[in-house]
Design a protein around this ligand. Structure first.
Ligand SMILES: *Cc1c(COP(=O)(O)O)cnc(C)c1O
Length: 428
């Protein structure tokens, strides 16, 4: 443990790191505060450098579905590290991981490992363009697919939090190839297809949006997208970087019975180490180098420690699929009770949830797209966030993010969280 406070570390960080953080979502700008520096974590808890304990609903932005520092995952990483941390040559672990993913996703016949969700989405887009010979893509407002140039247009997550419309540094010629459509808006989607259909390489979507806060697809929305993309020969890419192994053993696609052409994964499949993957139909994936002409590569892709952490995490999830019922029940209870607490104070909120991911939008209206999410009272969210933190609960420092439960979250954690919420609301 370091003897420095979060404040002194942040002051030091600002001298060496832009904005003091290595990913903008870690800044507490949107909640008018400074980031808490974390020293360690265990189970459902994280501990800051000053020894304060928090019940953690960020869960490293999704990966930690087993909770922090799961003993089997730690042991697997240690065992892998003992043998060597990187070889730049194929290993048995990569084959095991690929097989686990292919077995879990009916739509995935071949899969390529990368080191982040950003790389997965970027490479999937390149492959879609290479395969179809077309250049335009459709994405949905408020969806985040990492920070590759083509995808950083009307993006969610930190981009939404900081109110950045696009990003300087992205050539407008490239941005012009990205068509954006409001989430859940089938009519506008159809209009976009009417205009651009024959030029579209792919449509990429978070099948449950998690990066503008949690937003569920309306009934029939994904089905319509699947039907139309198939008709036009446009590849459909499901970005399941969050939803992969979060809602069931597999993806949201397993739950709704829709087969996208390509799927992006990350977060949970890395068990807390840097991992991403993209996969899909063999005929499409075969276009990747070295079997095909579309180039994609990575020095640390399929890294043995990352594979060990991911394989162990997936095997634990697979061992007991009842895990997902447990997560669902706990999160449902938590959200129902939170709703009651807010009802008492007459502060209007819209709580969107599926499985173990949810967002409390400070809004009196149903939230089903980015424009709706953006109408939330972010000032009130900021005060709620700060009160919750002071009461020992760590939420995402932004209204436009998902909260996650892990299997390490106990009933007692939920009780404590509700107590913290009741206390937080008193001074809101
Ligand atoms: C987190 C995320 C990404 C980017 O993954 P990184 O590992 O942060 O690059 C892409 N898509 C979605 C849906 C995500 O939630």
């Amino acid at each position: 443990m370091t003897d420095k406070s979060s404040q002194s570390l942040f002051e030091e960080a600002l001298r060496y790191i832009p904005g003091g953080v290595n990913s903008p979502v870690r800044a507490f700008k949107a909640v008018q505060s400074d980031p808490v520096f974390i020293a360690r974590a265990a189970g459902s808890r994280i501990y800051d450098v000053e020894g304060r304990e928090y019940i953690d609903y960020v869960c490293s932005w999704g990966p930690m579905i087993l909770g922090h520092r799961h003993s089997e995952v730690t042991a697997a990483v240690q065992e892998a590290a003992e043998k060597g941390t990187s070889y730049g040559a194929p290993t048995a672990l990569e084959v095991e991981m690929a097989k686990l993913i292919v077995d879990a996703f009916p739509s995935v016949e071949l899969v390529r490992m990368v080191s982040s969700g950003t790389e997965a989405a970027m490479s999937a887009i390149r492959l879609a363009r290479g395969y179809t010979g077309r250049e335009k893509i459709i994405k949905f407002e408020g969806c985040y697919h990492g920070h590759a140039d083509s995808l950083l247009v009307k993006a969610g997550s930190g981009v939404a939090t900081l109110g950045i419309p696009g990003s300087p540094g992205i050539p407008h010629q490239l941005a012009a190839l990205t068509i954006t459509v409001p989430y859940n808006d089938t009519d506008t989607f159809i209009k976009a297809i009417d205009m651009h259909g024959p030029d579209l390489a792919c449509v990429i979507i978070e099948p449950v949006a998690g990066n503008m806060g949690v937003i569920l697809p309306r009934h029939g929305f994904l089905e319509t997208i699947r039907d139309i993309t198939r008709r036009y020969g446009i590849l459909l890419i499901f970005d399941e970087v969050i939803t992969g192994f979060r809602l069931t053993y597999g993806g949201f696609q397993n739950l709704v019975g829709i087969n996208p052409d390509l799927t992006c994964l990350g977060k949970i499949i890395g068990g807390g180490l840097p991992v991403g993957a993209f996969g899909g139909k063999g005929e499409i994936m075969e276009k990747l180098a070295p079997s095909g002409p579309v180039y994609q590569a990575g020095t640390l892709s399929g890294n043995p420690m990352a594979m060990a952490a991911g394989i162990t995490t997936l095997n634990i999830l697979r061992r007991n699929e009842g895990n997902y019922d447990i997560l669902n029940t706990k999160t449902s209870l938590l959200c129902n009770e939170l709703q009651k607490l807010f009802d008492h104070t007459q502060i209007p909120v819209c709580i969107n949830r599926t499985g173990s991911m949810f967002t409390v939008f400070f809004s009196g209206h149903e939230v089903y797209d980015f424009a709706g999410a953006a109408k939330s009272d972010t000032e009130l969210y900021a005060r709620y966030f700060r009160n919750m933190l002071a009461n020992g609960v760590s939420l995402a420092p932004s209204q436009f993010e998902a909260s996650f439960l892990s299997l390490a979250h106990t009933d007692e954690d939920i009780e404590k969280t509700l107590d913290a919420c009741a206390r937080s609301l008193k001074t809101l």
